[in-house]
Write a new protein. Structure first.
Length: 118
C-alpha cells in the first residue's frame, strides 16, 4: 500500500524559507520520478516541481523557478522541497506524488500547509 507523508509546513513571513519533506513507502522509490504540487484555497492543485529517479534532472513551474529547489535521498525514500524567498502567493497545501512527466500517478497524501504572511 502506497503512503506519502508530507511534513515541514508552517507559518513564515514573506521572504522566509521552509524545507518540506515527503516520506514515501509502498512504491519502488528508486525507480520513481517524484514531484511536488500545491493547492491554494479556491484553486485547483498545480504542479510545482519534479525530480528524476536519479536526481540528475529537475523541472520547475515558472512561478517558483529560482526560489524553490527539489532534491531526494533514495536511501531514505524521501523527497524534499527547499523553498526560499517565499511570497504570500505561495500559501497553499503542498503535496508530493510519484509523477509521469508533470502528472501525478498515485493517490494523494494529507499534504502539509504552508502559510506565508505579508
Amino acid at each position: 500500500q502506497v503512503q506519502l507523508v508530507e511534513t515541514g509546513g508552517g507559518l513564515v513571513q514573506a521572504g522566509g524559507s521552509l524545507r518540506l519533506s515527503c516520506a514515501a513507502t509502498g512504491l519502488t522509490f528508486t525507480e520513481s520520478a517524484m514531484g511536488w504540487f500545491r493547492q491554494a484555497p479556491g484553486k485547483e492543485r498545480e504542479f510545482v516541481a519534479t525530480i528524476r529517479w536519479s536526481g540528475d534532472r529537475t523541472d520547475y513551474a515558472d512561478s517558483v523557478k529560482g526560489r524553490f529547489s527539489i532534491s531526494r535521498d533514495n536511501a531514505k525514500n524521501t523527497v524534499y522541497l527547499q523553498m526560499n524567498s517565499l511570497k504570500p502567493e505561495d500559501t497553499a497545501v503542498y503535496y508530493c506524488n510519484a509523477v509521469i512527466g508533470r502528472r501525478p500517478n498515485l493517490p494523494w497524501g494529507q499534504g502539509t500547509q504552508v502559510t506565508v504572511s505579508s
